[in-house]
Design a protein around this ligand. Structure first.
Ligand SMILES: *Cc1c(COP(=O)(O)O)cnc(C)c1O
Length: 962
């Protein structure tokens, strides 16, 4: 019997690294048992009494089998729905070497640029690809999806176009032929900012001085390529800006938005080799005119130099935008879609400009052939000019739908009498014959005569829109044509980057735990990856079953009644939760309730989200011990009692402690009519032990890419579902996206797809199923054990900031490095860079306290790895001591020169007052598995002063990298 039982718990031991090492660790901590440690750490008053309502654990094999069976309940039809989502061939070399490769998907956001040069290079390729194709000079390294990018475009114009002379609410024009899910999210985002969205036909619209911007789609939602040039002039004449949603594949053949005069171009890069995944994840792109470079949302990669004067990349400008600007930030975007941006960039690298053009031509020619066939059958194609999408008005729509579904094809049906058909890279001649056949059957016509002539001219593209400008002429897009070359290029970038397959990444607040292979594998199955987000519900029953269960598990974990799976990042979750609070007060006729109390220690996305939700941020102080200053809190609650919308708190706090006062704070807010939003980024210290409901919160988001095992992907993807108490449910229904696809009604959403980046929900689902209730709780306990073990080892060497009343920390703790600035001239950055020489990624730097590092080991690390990390920090402390006592020079020492590259270490001119051995092999373990940073310390200001954020022209690149 025992043999069988063991198997179902096997994943616990694979996920939790220190199972079996407790005794030695507890001795160091000075505690009797893990239970005793947890009792001291998590206050009694908020402990859960019952186990989580989650099924018993499945073994890895059983989980894979279960998900395979579930996937069979999805039906993969040929998707011609379009609307921003297209089938694509992911090149296998990219699928295997990036999408399925932990060397790429486990990376952290590239804040430590010296050990991130590979993905930074790839993201620079992405930006180059976007700027070239859109014809605009500045692009960021991805946003969440097309719809939120449109909202960011509106937002950017809103904040940058001066309309202070206009008395009424500023207006934003949206053409009626913008994708419906884009319009939906734009309206959501406009409402709390008091922006009036005017939807109309650009051909007849009057754009006067009261408008700050306009939104167009090119080609538009019906597929038509419209000539927007005179409209753009009209908008500019009114002192407003134009944002254009567009399609990268189409742009290989079409005049770019920049050349047409647009100020901003955005869209989805999904069809560049990223599967649809029932809505995501995929990268959205965003490009703008130069004048907007300092207010672009998201992250921009720029070229700088390192300490040796060599070319080196880093995140430019607003690296920590929200943390610096806080409530003055105009965008809350943090996690984006880095992994998927890398895939899309690699797709362009592999195909090159000629390959991309060839794909685009084939798609467009097939569309042209289909149009001729449908015309011959007596149907009217609505537009003469199109790229890949045809719209047909017909009274036979119902019959066509029935036949098409029998043939396993999905078209897009608009109203009762319009059908749109979008072809894509995967469409074959055979498919075109099949589509024509469906239409022929519907009118009982004999088959149309179809001629495939690949010499035919693309007369469906109007003269003004024929692209004449070149693109992607850089070396990188014209070199890697064979699979061997491509595989090696991907590998060469991967090996510049430190990922979880090298060593632990102890990022406080970011929870870089194991992303198990079994959790990831189902994502590659076509039955999960090839589904369109607006496919009929009957075809996606596997997804719905999985999501219904996940909903229920997340409700159990949070103690709340409802869960909404749409937001595709933590910050989007914050925004959605705050909108619910806003709607709740509006429903209760309390429109004046718009003040959000936010502790000074909050993550920067909190104030940014609150402002986006139309709220006024009032900052609450912290005490010296890191606790919320309850006196200040009380005073502010009383002061704003009548205007109080609520509070946003992080629990355990961003300082990594369970504050005992949290229940009182929540009660106080409720007494004064407010709602409590809990930032769930620190749920890894709560799952199974306590919950947002137990502390008294009303709504929270969960970072599934932190607590629930979705990998970080180098800065995305993520999912940030929100869970909430039932009294807020109606407030969600007024953002009526619950359960239903956009195409089915008048909904309001925060993301483009009804379930956000739905495919990666599978990862969290698998994680929960393989751990079960017992394993989930154990994971939390061991996260606390691991953190306390490191705290105990390090506290003899470093000051540790803030612990709970019993001297323990939760799942993370803060090491104070500020004292060393005076004693040794050493700053937190020096320690962070020196850790690279020891083979480690730095912990979170200077958040929530400047000059400190915040360590979160997670439950997934084993004791030996925790020890290596502690040994490294202790050894660094000895190096600091050597500076303090004068053995080492304050300016010329291993910390100041860190990190050390192979090139520097091997240079014949080595003249440093410490040995090469100390420089690159400072501890014996390092020799076993040396990780080499590929550039020296990067100059942060050089890159910002000389902003270059696209690949250099080929000759300059060759020179720079020679
Ligand atoms: C990560 C994090 C967020 C934001 O999540 P994203 O997914 O990056 O948008 C918010 N709050 C805290 C405390 C976090 O750690």
């Amino acid at each position: 019997m025992n043999l069988f039982e063991l198997q179902s718990n096997e994943f616990q031991g694979r996920h939790i690294g220190t199972l079996g090492s407790e005794a030695a660790m507890l001795e160091v901590i000075g505690e009797k048992s893990v239970d005793a440690l947890v009792d001291k750490t998590v206050p009694e008053a908020i402990r859960l009494q019952a186990p989580l309502n989650v099924p018993d654990a499945l073994s890895e094999a059983a989980l894979l089998q279960h998900l395979h069976e579930l996937s069979q309940k999805n039906e993969v039809f040929k998707s011609y729905i379009g609307q921003g989502y297209y089938d694509t061939h992911t090149p296998s070399v990219i699928l295997r070497n990036i999408f399925e490769n932990p060397g790429w998907y486990t990376q952290y956001t590239p804040y430590q640029a010296e050990i991130s040069q590979g993905r930074l290079e790839s993201l620079l390729n992405y930006q180059t690809m976007v700027t070239d194709l859109t014809g605009l000079p500045i692009a960021n390294a991805s946003l969440l999806d097309e719809a939120t990018s449109a909202a960011e475009a509106m937002n950017l114009l809103f904040h940058n176009v001066n309309k202070s002379d206009v008395a009424q609410a500023p207006k934003f024009f949206v053409d009626a032929q913008v994708f419906p899910q884009v319009v939906d999210v734009v309206v959501t985002r406009a409402t709390p900012l008091n922006i009036e969205v005017v939807i109309g036909d650009y051909k007849t619209a009057t754009i006067d001085n009261t408008f700050f911007g306009a939104l167009l789609q090119y080609p538009n939602a019906a597929g038509s390529i419209e000539d927007y040039r005179s409209f753009i002039d009209k908008v500019h004449a009114a002192g407003a800006g134009v944002a254009m949603g567009t399609d990268l594949l189409a742009l290989t053949l079409l005049t770019s938005p920049g050349e047409l005069g647009a100020d901003i171009a955005f869209g989805s890069a999904q069809r560049f080799g990223v599967p649809m995944g029932f809505g995501g994840p995929h990268a959205a792109f965003f490009a703008a005119k130069d004048e907007f470079k300092r207010s672009m949302p998201g992250r921009i990669i720029g070229i700088s130099i390192d300490a040796q004067g060599k070319r080196a990349l880093r995140m430019a400008l607003q690296t920590r935008e929200q943390h610096i600007k806080r409530e003055k930030a105009t965008s809350n975007i943090c996690t984006a879609q880095a992994l998927l941006a890398n895939m899309a960039a690699m797709y362009a690298v592999y195909h090159g400009p000629d390959g991309l053009k060839k794909i685009a031509k084939r798609v467009s020619l097939l569309t042209h052939v289909l149009a001729a066939a449908l015309t011959e059958l007596g149907f009217t194609v609505a537009h003469a000019h199109y790229f890949d999408t045809l719209t047909i008005s017909t009274d036979k729509a119902a019959a066509i739908k029935e036949i098409a579904e029998a043939y396993k094809m999905n078209f897009r049906y608009v109203g009762a009498s319009q059908i749109s058909i979008s072809l894509d890279e995967t469409t074959t001649q055979h498919d075109v014959l099949d589509i024509a056949q469906v239409f022929a059957l519907a009118v009982q016509h004999e088959a149309a005569s179809i001629v495939f002539d690949d010499e035919a001219s693309l007369s469906n593209i109007p003269t003004f829109a024929v692209r004449t400008s070149a693109f992607l002429e850089h070396a990188v897009f014209n070199t890697h044509r064979s699979e061997s070359q491509m595989m090696r290029y991907i590998k060469s970038l991967e090996s510049k980057d430190l990922s979880l397959n090298t060593s632990m990444i102890s990022l406080g607040s970011c929870t870089m735990k194991l992303n198990a292979a079994s959790e990831m594998m189902p994502l590659s199955s076509p039955n999960w990856s090839k589904l369109h987000p607006f496919a009929p519900v009957a075809q996606v029953q596997g997804y719905h079953e999985m999501m219904a269960s996940l909903n229920q598990y997340l409700c159990s974990v949070t103690g709340f009644d409802e869960c909404w799976l749409q937001p595709n990042s933590g910050a989007q979750g914050e925004y959605a939760g705050l909108l619910a609070i806003r709607n709740y007060h509006l429903k209760n006729n309390q429109p004046q309730r718009n003040v959000m109390l936010i502790p000074i220690s909050a993550h920067g996305t909190n104030p940014a989200s609150a402002v986006m939700a139309g709220m006024k941020v009032v900052v609450v102080k912290a005490l010296d011990n890191g606790y919320i200053d309850v006196e200040d809190f009380k005073a502010k609650v009383a002061q704003y009692s009548n205007e109080l919308a609520g509070t946003m708190i992080t629990y355990p706090s961003t300082y990594g402690i369970f504050e005992e006062t949290v229940k009182d704070i929540c009660a106080l807010v409720h007494e004064h009519g407010g709602q409590v939003y809990m930032d769930g980024a620190n749920m890894n210290a709560q799952v199974g032990l306590t919950s947002p409901a137990a502390i008294g919160a009303d709504v929270c988001h969960l970072n599934l890419h932190k607590t629930f095992a979705i990998p970080h992907g180098g800065g995305g993807p993520g999912m940030g579902p929100i869970c909430f108490r039932s009294h807020l449910k109606d407030s969600f229904m007024s953002m009526p996206m619950q359960e239903i696809a956009h195409s089915e009604g008048n909904m309001r959403g925060v993301s483009a797809a009804p379930f956000g980046s739905a495919s990666i929900l599978l990862i969290s689902y698998a994680y929960i199923r393989m751990l079960g209730a017992v394993g989930l709780r154990k994971a939390t306990e061991y996260a606390i054990l691991n953190a306390n073990y490191m705290r105990a080892r390090l506290q003899e060497h470093y000051p540790i900031l803030y612990t709970g009343i019993n001297g323990t920390c939760a799942h993370e703790f803060i090491v104070d490095l500020r004292p060393f600035k005076n004693t040794a001239g050493v700053e937190a950055e020096d320690v962070a860079k020196r850790l690279m020489d020891y083979g480690f990624h730095a912990p979170t730097m200077s958040f929530p306290v400047p000059g400190t590092i915040m360590i979160e080991p997670t439950e997934s690390e084993d004791k030996a790895e925790l020890d290596r990390f502690c040994d490294a920090l202790i050894s660094i402390r000895a190096e600091i001591a050597a500076i303090e006592n004068g053995q080492l020079d304050k300016a010329n020492n291993p910390l100041k020169h860190a990190p050390h590259t192979l090139e520097v270490a091997m240079n014949d001119g080595w003249d440093r007052p410490y040995s090469r051995q100390v420089a690159v092999f400072p501890l014996p373990y390092v020799m076993q598995n040396k990780f080499w940073p590929t550039v020296s310390r990067i100059n942060n200001t050089h890159g910002d002063r000389n902003l270059v954020c696209t690949c250099e022209p080929t000759a300059a690149y060759a020179e720079a990298t020679a």
